[in-house]
Design a protein around this ligand. Sequence first.
Ligand SMILES: [Zn+2]
Length: 163
Amino acid sequence: MAIKEVVEHPAKVLSEKCKEVTEINEEIITLLDDLYDTMVEHDGVGIAAPQINVPLRVAIVELGEERDVLEMINPTVIETSGAEVDIEGCLSFPNLFGEVERPTYVKIEACDREGRVYELEAGGFDARAILHEIDHLDGILFDSKLIRVVTEDELAQMYGEEE
Ligand SMILES: [Zn+2]
């Protein structure tokens, strides 16, 4: 387990389609653990393998108020519905925040670290976070979906200044 350096935009690894994981071995388990350590260190709610320079279809997100960690290996989107505009950020764009339209519901299929295939349904911000991370695995970055950039002053006003 280790905290890795986060790759920042622009970088080739961030804009490429990542490869499927063919075998869940020690390397993949270590990757999942490194992703978690790196996400926590940088105070993110999700991170994808290309963001630590590994072009494989692996990503994690924290879900709900409990911030349960969801590990996704080879995730695929089965279904989406709805649409909502909300503010997003990304660890690979340290100073960029903005409004992005995403579905309000998503159903995915993915593999966990034991190699079990699972299905998961999520809504609201959880759906947004999952879709943001799966986009990373296809080399799609949130800046390409930005409807409007939100300044740091606006963010501070929206969420209040934390003392
Ligand atoms: Zn991101």
